[in-house]
Design a protein around this ligand. Structure first.
Ligand code: 5U1
Length: 658
């Protein structure tokens, strides 16, 4: 019965019992077997972990060599691959291919004799691999007995991998215990399979997908790759649900671009796709070159890690004066873009990674995640590398740099006298989610500040079109457009205005909570720390920052000047006590909704008593995902947080609590 549940879970992707129920059944079976040892069979699910730790792995010589694949990176390489096959086969029409995800794991071969799991080995050099039978036996996705009419001998080949969620859970636990963490799921899968103690492998969340057959006897192999995959599935061997039969080079490329776009939302990591000519007769006709078949090719995604030289390390001064070390790199193409600047977040991070000028570093850029420096290549460190220290004075205005005890950030103390802080504050003030002044870009802000035309956000509302038209890259038309955009921004909402002020620790969600709680700016400006702490999700640290911000005469003057210039907002309707049916639930809204702005969606949620957060964590109750949702949606999928599309979200708002 447990083997049937494994089959439903791993092969059909349609489990019939919960994980808890499965565990309960396994305990029951163990109790039964210990009471009646004569009933224990070698393929019992209780026998997955067997044998004792060994000193080393034995060697396995593969009966049929394990092939590798040629790699391609550009679409044109695939066009050339398809052309070569046409030439060799001598056909004109479109060829049938099977497209499969290329898993970032470890290739294995698993041998079944008379339908029974018998031996497993790694690929090794393709001719000889390591015997990992005891470890592969512990992987629940690998059946001990094949289903249906199994051949006398079957060597099933595939990839062992670690799903991303399992990898992150395992690493989090290892970090808590101060143990070694793995760099990525591939290393974790390889490290787990190469454990000398199978009990360690058994505890690791490994999975497998099969995609080929090595040696086989006692059955006719299906005539094509697509049917072969269906046959493996029928035998109870897991095959990726993402495999597709496609036609011609267009079908291949459409598959590549489609799965590439969905890649972050997949529960495991892939580094490309594999195209295989479907018909086996045609495969045999075109044959092999050295160890790679001519009938298959791996189309890789752009590398997500690359090495680069650190030309310099500079300190950027942000809106609140925080100094952020930025590594200036010799440009490197990674994850589909050219990267030349990478943030090191703060001075502690810089020292922890020990990045120095002249170092060669490994840069990673995965999906739309910002690029990061993973590590320094120590072997390539020049003899006289330069260590970087925190500057004593602000590199922009020369004010003293201070570091508050216990804080990672070091700050310039220049405040609004620092040009960098002024510029960044204006940029934030005008940004899309703040007062949304279209056309007020970085270059224009830079000129306005440098020429002394704008010292505080209120000065923006005193500009005229003639002044703007004088600026570089500005014509009369764009100057007039910008004046219109500045005028339009005067009509805003209290939440946007609070966010635009750039109060430390106050992001969009907190600004919204403050607006909803106090209803108006005067009430908030009168509130003390204690009163501010009564707001949903606001603790003592944020309350102290908010109170200190409004206690400053400079800030009060800026606010008054903005209001004098006509910046205004409607009163905020405070939540009615009886409509708090979403109380206790935390939502994250991401992507673009067709029927309302993100801000309106957040307000509707807060009005119903829900909390709105800016990032997804295990504590998030729901993620509302509009179109073009990116990393937050991927994170939700990864953590198993329920995702609502726009229709479901509107239903929830109409119907009351979920
Ligand atoms: N999905 C997939 N990965 N992969 C890797 N199929 C596939 N096929 C391979 C390899 C090395 O080799 C075949 C040509 C057997």
């Amino acid at each position: 019965m447990l083997a049937q549940h494994d089959y439903r879970y791993y092969v059909l992707d349609d489990p019939q019992v919960t994980d808890g129920e499965y565990d309960r059944l396994l305990i029951e079976l163990r109790q039964l077997e210990s009471a009646h040892p004569q009933l224990v069979t070698p393929d019992s699910p209780t026998q997955r972990v067997s044998g004792t730790p060994s000193a080393a792995f034995g060697e396995v010589v593969h009966q049929v060599p394990m092939l590798s694949l040629d790699n391609a990176f550009a679409d044109e390489d695939i066009v050339a691959f398809d052309r070569r096959l046409h030439e060799r086969i001598g056909t004109e029409g479109e060829l049938d291919y099977v497209a499969e995800p290329k898993l970032d794991g470890l290739a294995v071969t698993v041998i079944y004799r008379e339908g029974q799991f018998s031996q497993a080995a790694t690929r090794g050099d393709g001719v000889t691999g390591e015997d990992v039978t005891a470890n592969v036996r512990t992987i629940r996705a690998v059946p001990h007995t094949l289903r249906g009419k199994a051949p006398a001998l079957l060597e099933a080949r595939g990839e062992v991998f670690m799903p991303t969620a399992g990898f992150e859970r395992m690493n989090a636990r290892a970090a808590e215990r101060g143990e070694k963490v793995f760099v990525n799921p591939r290393n974790a899968a390889a490290g787990s399979l190469r454990q000398l103690d199978p009990r360690v492998s058994a505890a690791r969340p490994l999975n497998v997908f099969f995609y080929a057959v090595g040696a086989a006897s006692g059955a006719d192999l299906p005539p094509g790759q697509w049917q072969l995959l269906q046959w493996l599935r029928e035998l109870g061997l897991p095959v990726s649900p993402e495999v597709r039969a496609v036609r011609g080079v267009c079908g291949c490329l459409a598959y590549y671009h489609d799965i590439g776009a969905r890649r972050r939302a997949l529960p495991y990591q892939i580094d490309g796709v594999v195209y295989k000519l479907d018909a086996r007769a045609a495969q045999e006709r075109v044959g092999f070159v050295s160890r790679a078949p001519r009938w298959a090719i791996a189309h890789k995604f752009p590398a997500e890690e690359a090495s680069a030289l650190v030309n310099g390390i500079e300190f950027n001064v942000g809106r609140t004066g925080v100094l952020t070390p930025i590594a200036r790199l010799a440009p490197v193409f990674v994850g589909g873009v050219t990267v030349s600047n990478v943030t090191l977040h703060n001075i502690d991070e810089l020292h922890r990674k020990d990045v120095r000028i002249g170092d060669t570093v490994i840069v990673r850029r995965a999906g739309d995640v910002i690029p990061e420096i993973v590590s320094v290549v120590r072997d390539k460190r020049p003899q006289f590398s330069t260590e970087v220290v925190l500057p004593a004075r602000c590199p922009v205005c020369g004010s003293v740099v201070l570091r508050v005890e216990g804080e990672a950030a070091a700050r310039c103390t220049g405040g609004f006298t620092c040009r960098a802080q002024r510029q960044e504050s204006l940029r934030h003030f005008a940004s899309r989610r703040a007062l949304d002044i279209e056309g007020l870009g970085d270059k224009i802000i830079e000129q306005l500040v440098e020429q002394g035309l704008v010292k505080s956000p209120a000065d923006l509302y005193a500009l005229n079109a003639a002044q703007l038209a004088e600026l570089e890259r500005m014509g009369e038309k764009s100057a007039a457009n910008l004046i219109a955009a500045i005028e339009k921004s005067k009509q805003t909402t209290l939440a946007r205005f609070l966010y635009a002020l750039g109060i430390r620790e106050v992001g969009e969600a907190t600004a919204l909570n403050l607006a909803r709680h106090f209803g108006g700016l005067d009430a908030l400006m009168r509130a003390d720390e204690h009163a501010i702490q009564q707001v949903v999700d606001i603790g003592p640290v944020v309350a102290a920052q908010v109170a200190a911000f409004f206690a400053s005469d400079e800030h009060r003057n800026v606010i008054r000047a903005l209001q004098d210039k006509g910046v205004k907002w409607p009163d905020v309707e405070r939540p009615r006590a009886e409509a708090r049916d979403l109380a206790g639930r935390t939502f994250v809204v991401t992507g673009t909704l067709a029927s309302m702005s993100r801000e309106e969606a957040q307000e509707a949620l807060v009005a119903r008593g829900a909390k709105v957060a800016g990032s997804v964590s295990r504590k998030t109750s729901f993620v509302v995902a509009g179109s073009e949702a990116g990393s937050k949606l991927a994170k939700a999928v990864e953590l198993g947080v329920p995702v609502l599309d726009e229709q479901q979200f509107l239903k929830l708002l109409e119907a009351g609590g979920p």
